[in-house]
Design a protein around this ligand. Structure first.
Ligand code: 5AD
Length: 350
C-alpha cells in the first residue's frame, strides 16, 4: 500500500455503504496483523486550558473570554495520575493549551519528574504545543517519551485560513522534526471536514503523515464552537463522521503499524463514534482522568462529551465495549508504537 496515489486516497475516502464497510473490515484486518487486536487505553489528563494561541476554530483560543481558565495544581495532576495507575493503566496523556513561559515549562518538567519518580514504568505522552528544541529535550529527559502535535492540515494555504498570522505552518513542521530528532515517538493529526478543506487536502494529509513517518496519529472531525468565528460553520454530521472513519481506515492501510486514536470528536457526532473508530482501524482510546470539576472547561468544540464518572468507571465502560467488539482492552501495556520500535531497530542495525 506504500505506493498509493492521492487519487486513490480520494476515492477511498468517498466510499459509503457496503464498500465503506469493506474498507473498514480491511483496515481492521491490517490492524490485527500488524499491531494485534489489543486496544490500548491511555488516561487523558487535560491539565490546563490556558492558551497563547488564537486558532479560529478552537473553544479555548486566547481571545475567548467567555470561559473560565484553569490550571491543575501539581497535587491535582498527581492524584489524577494515581487514580489512573490504580485503575490499571500504564500509559498517560498530559495535554494543555499552549504556553512557552519559563514558569509553565519548569512546572511541566517538574511534574513529569514527579510522575516518573513515583511510577517509573508509566509511559507519558505530552501534548502542549509548539516549543523550541531545548524545551522538547528538557521534557524528554524529564520523562515524556511521546509527543502529540497536530499539524491540523498539511496544506499551508489551508493552514492560513484556520490560524492567525502569528502562527506559522513551517514552524509546526519544524517542531515535528525536532520532536523526532529528540527521540520521541511522534504523533500528529488533522481536523477532518474543517472549513475550507477539500478532498485533495485530506488525501494530502495522509501522504504528509507517511512522508513524516509518524508513529502515532490522533485526528477527528471539526465541530463548531459557538464562541469562535467559525461557530456558525455549516457542516453535515454524517459526512464528518464518515470522513473521520474513512481517514482512520485509509491511514491504517497506508501506515499499518502506527498507533491511531479513536477520538472524542467522533463520539460527539455519534454515541457509537468511538467504537466505530476502532472498527475502522484505530487501536488507542483515551478516557478522561482530569478532575470532574474541570472536564467541562476543556471545551474545544460544542457538545464535547463530558462524563462525571470517575476515570476508573470510564475504563471499565470502554473495556466492556472493546470486548463486545471482539477485541482486547490493553490497559496494562504501555503500548509503544510498533512503528517506532521497528524504525529504531532498523536504525541501530545500520
Ligand atoms: N473541532 C474539532 N477539533 C478541535 N480542536 C480544536 N478545536 C476543535 C474543533 N472546533 C482540536 C485541534 C487541537 C486539539 C487539541 O483539539 O485539532 O489540536
Amino acid at each position: 500500500m506504500t505506493s498509493i496515489s492521492k487519487k486513490e486516497i480520494i476515492e477511498l475516502l468517498a466510499l459509503r455503504g457496503g464498500e465503506q464497510a469493506d474498507l473498514h473490515k480491511r483496515a481492521s484486518e491490517i490492524r490485527k496483523n500488524h499491531v494485534s487486536d489489543r486496544i490500548y487505553i491511555r488516561g487523558l489528563i487535560e491539565f490546563s486550558n490556558i492558551c497563547v494561541n488564537d486558532c479560529f476554530y478552537c473553544g479555548i483560543r486566547k481571545s475567548n473570554n467567555r470561559i473560565n481558565r484553569y490550571e491543575l495544581t501539581t497535587q491535582e495532576i498527581m492524584s489524577s495520575v494515581d487514580e489512573a495507575v490504580a485503575s490499571g493503566l500504564t500509559s498517560l496523556v498530559l495535554q494543555s493549551g499552549e504556553r512557552r513561559d519559563t514558569l509553565f515549562i519548569s512546572n511541566v518538567a517538574e511534574t513529569l519528574r514527579l510522575i516518573k519518580d513515583k511510577h517509573p514504568d508509566i509511559g507519558i505522552t505530552l501534548s502542549c504545543g509548539e516549543q523550541n528544541k531545548n524545551v522538547y529535550r528538557e521534557f524528554f529527559e524529564a520523562g515524556a517519551s511521546r509527543y502529540l502535535l497536530r499539524i491540523e492540515t498539511s496544506d499551508e494555504n489551508h493552514y492560513k485560513k484556520l490560524h492567525p498570522e502569528s502562527m506559522n505552518f513551517n514552524n509546526r513542521v519544524r517542531c515535528l522534526r525536532d520532536l523526532r530528532s529528540t527521540g520521541y515517538q511522534v504523533g500528529t493529526g488533522v481536523m477532518i471536514n474543517s472549513p475550507y478543506q477539500t478532498p485533495e487536502i485530506l488525501a494530502g494529509d495522509i501522504l504528509f503523515f507517511r512522508e513524516l513517518d509518524i508513529d502515532m496519529c490522533g485526528m477527528g472531525p471539526f465541530i463548531p464552537h459557538r464562541d469562535t468565528s467559525m461557530g456558525g460553520w455549516d457542516y453535515n454530521i454524517d459526512e464528518s463522521l464518515n470522513l473521520g472513519l474513512n481517514m482512520i481506515a485509509v491511514l491504517r492501510l497506508v501506515m499499518p503499524d502506527i498507533n491511531i486514536a479513536s477520538t472524542t470528536a467522533l463520539e460527539t457526532l455519534s454515541h457509537q463514534g468511538r467504537e466505530m473508530g476502532i472498527q475502522a482501524g484505530a487501536n488507542v482510546v483515551m478516557p478522561q482522568f482530569s478532575p470532574a470539576k474541570n472536564r467541562n472547561q476543556y471545551m474545544l468544540y460544542d457538545n464535547k462529551p463530558v462524563s462525571e464518572k470517575p476515570g476508573s468507571e470510564l475504563v471499565d465502560l470502554i473495556s466492556r465495549k472493546i470486548k463486545i467488539l471482539g477485541l482486547i482492552p490493553a490497559a496494562e501495556e504501555s503500548g509503544t508504537s510498533i512503528h517506532y520500535l521497528r524504525r529504531n531497530d532498523n536504525d541501530s542495525s545500520c
